[in-house]
Design a protein around this ligand. Structure first.
Ligand SMILES: [Ca+2]
Ligand SMILES: [Ca+2]
Ligand SMILES: [Ca+2]
Ligand SMILES: [Ca+2]
Length: 444
């Protein structure tokens, strides 16, 4: 997640996979990952409909020597964000070298397992300092990736999650702990969900995870997709019913299976790359963003999305941002089209706290491929409250094998909603060879 290397990791994983603030009545919130950028990240979040910023409150920076805290950076960031109407989600992670129990990979110390007792002291100090300004604390970032945590799920539970959550709640009983913040890549994330929820779900107020995967391109699209990681994992069967491949259990399925179904879920990272100025890529990013928002509308358990990420640095080869920092621009940045998608949804869609109606929120609310008045013929005016009933799910109109090799044959293009999960439990033999190839590539 750290700005200088996370996008590289994203790029690697993708190639492997190939494949105005809301009102209090809002049931869904949106925000942005800003790392530690007060001058660009925070204003971009405010401009792009965000009400909360996810920041890196790095342990190794805040406590460079044991017991010696330096809060200067975080004081400025948190106070600056709040001054712009942004709430703060603080990620408490990354071990200082002095607290390391051993540097397994021989590289950076910040992914090291800490010696027992030190993480909770840091958490306690951080929460005591910020409890009057920050309500949400995330306990580490993507601990299931060795790049960010070298330990086992059990070590995460014993040394980070349990003592960290106890420290948050001791310092601030009304504050919320967010975990386990797994990345849905590789084949171990379901194990991490199982271990953390079985052993420590009582320590977690809000379940979090990250999803980077495209939306289904057509009914029956069986490429690894957003919903397979979020709520409905893929099961590939032979014609006789034999299961030949299964994805790891999705985040939501894990929450249900391991007794955390009633906790809120926050998607604290998701996004799609788009180089500023590449019109096709920026349009694709805007569609991805819209589909995330549309998908939230029908899922009350999925409360908040923190998009990755607020902005790109012009000299860096990372382009996940909703804006490009540009000191020559009037505001210091140039916005990509995805920004307007979120800003409009938040301004107009009541479930995001907006003061408008379904027929003027920029979203395809029910998934018929038509957006707002006058395009959606269920809208008699921009003030019409509903775009109509969802169309029936039709996954049988295109042979999956045809669609897989010839996406042009698919009846649903980017105008489609993508707001409902495809049926993934039944897969035709015709698509199996392709699927197995994709499945192998998605495993690390
Ligand atoms: Ca290390
Ligand atoms: Ca709409
Ligand atoms: Ca519609
Ligand atoms: Ca309609």
């Amino acid at each position: 997640m750290k700005g200088y290397d996370a996008p590289v990791r994203r790029a690697v994983f993708f190639s492997l996979l190939l494949l105005s603030a809301p009102a209090a009545a809002a049931t869904h919130d949106v925000g942005y990952n800003v790392h530690q950028s007060l001058d660009t990240g925070v204003p971009v979040s405010a401009a792009c409909g965000g009400s909360i910023v996810r920041i890196d409150l790095n342990w190794f920076q805040a406590e460079p020597k044991e017991g010696m805290h330096d809060w200067t950076l975080f004081d400025n960031l948190i106070d600056g964000a709040r001054a712009r109407g942004q709430r703060v989600l603080a990620v408490l992670s990354y071990t200082p070298a002095w607290a390391s129990a051993g540097n397994k990979d021989g590289k950076r110390a910040d992914n090291d397992v800490p010696r027992p007792g030190f993480y909770e002291k840091f958490v306690r100090a951080a929460v005591e300092r910020y409890r009057d300004r920050v309500e949400h604390f995330e306990l580490w970032n993507e601990p299931n990736l060795e790049e960010f945590f070298e330990g086992t799920p059990q070590q995460y539970v014993d040394l980070i999650l349990k003592p960290g959550a106890d420290a948050v709640h001791a310092a601030c009983p009304s504050c919320k702990t967010i975990a386990p913040d797994v990345a849905t890549v590789g084949d171990q994330y379901a194990l991490w969900m199982k271990t953390t929820l079985e052993l420590a779900k009582d320590k977690i107020d809000i379940v979090s995870g990250h999803v980077y995967a495209g939306f289904p391109k057509y009914p029956g699209d069986t490429a690894p997709n957003f919903f397979a990681k979020l709520e409905s994992h893929r099961i590939l069967r032979l014609p006789d019913g034999t299961v030949v491949y299964e994805d790891p259990l999705s985040l939501r399925e894990s929450m249900i299976k391991y007794g955390a179904a009633n906790k809120p879920f926050w998607l604290t990272e998701t996004g799609e790359k788009a180089k500023y100025g590449d019109a096709a890529a920026m349009d694709k990013q805007a569609v991805y963003t819209r589909k995330v928002l549309e998908s939230m509308l029908t899922r009350s358990w999925w409360h908040t999305t923190i998009f990755y990420e607020a902005f790109d640095e012009p000299v860096m080869p990372y382009d996940w941002g909703f804006a490009l920092r540009d000191p020559a621009a009037p505001d210091g940045y140039r916005l990509k089209p995805a920004c307007a998608v979120v800003a409009k949804a938040v301004a107009r869609q009541p479930l995001f706290g907006g003061k408008g109606a379904d027929c003027d929120d920029g979203l395809d609310n029910e998934g018929d491929g038509k957006i707002d008045f006058p395009a959606d013929d269920d809208c008699s005016a921009a003030t019409t409250v509903s775009e109509g009933a969802p169309p029936p799910i039709d996954s049988g109109t295109v042979e999956e094998s045809d669609a897989a090799t010839n996406p042009a044959a698919a009846p649903e293009g980017d105008g489609g909603c993508g707001c409902r999960a495809p049926r993934t439990s039944e897969t035709s033999w015709g698509a199996l060879v392709l699927l197995l190839g994709l499945a192998r590539r998605s495993r690390r």
